[in-house]
Write a protein that binds this ligand. Sequence first.
Ligand code: ZN
Ligand code: ZN
Length: 296
Amino acid sequence: MRRRVRGRGDLPRAGARPLSTDLARSGGLRVVILGSGTLVPVATRGPAGYAVEAGSEILVLDGGSGTLRRLAQAEIDYRAIDHLFYTHLHPDHTGDLVPFLFAQRYLPEGARTRDLALHGPPGFAAFFDQLRPIYGRWIEGPGYTVRVRELWEAQTQVGSVSVEAVPMRHSVPAVGYRLTASDGTTCAYTGDTDVTEAVVELARDVDLLIADSAMPDAHKMDGHLTPGLVGELASAARARLVCLTHFYPACDQVDVVAQCRRTYAGPVVAASDLMSIELLGPAIAARVLPPPADRA
Ligand SMILES: [Zn+2]
Ligand SMILES: [Zn+2]
């Protein structure tokens, strides 16, 4: 059964924080777009980042520069985040890792005591080991441990959420993540990838596919998808809702949703910073909320 995506006229008014009652009851997922852009500085879009809330857990997928501030704008408490998942090491996906760790030192209610788990593809552990002698205690507090784990064709569990890492096709080792909530609600995030059958595997029958759509169809870049290619892959995977993201400025000059709809018949949204998508459990509705400034 296809999810129904509400039009803007149906959008709830006030802020959706904390996790909505509907969502808490359904056991579904809420995704907040922390960055829908790339390395190119533009006023309206920051580099990649996505917060996913499921029950009491908050997972952050990628964290380019500016995503820490976006968390604050989304009223998501950075102190409640214990698990970060990086798709690859490009700076537009990792730029706020050091600021995030540094921010853990500022906890007015007392020192952090819960461990922090960082996940990434092969090479991530060596990357973090090189940060340790540079930043030392500024990125690792005395009361907790930063645990680093590399994932590649691997599955791990965060509370009630299952996270699967699937290798993608990019210019450096990169994975996409597929999250499954306790009620079976699923969300897949490609990170950066070119066309590969692995995207179809990642997104098979998924409730929400968040997909790299870096450039318009006419200007494809190596290592990235376009809206039309995302549509082809989403159709093959039978994804129920597609969220296009990771837009270079050229994407704002065309109708990326229309390009995707040429190859995909289901609902499509174009990400914007601070947009949120609530997946209210299998066979119920997905609700897309625009950024707070547009919610008046
Ligand atoms: Zn990249
Ligand atoms: Zn990127």
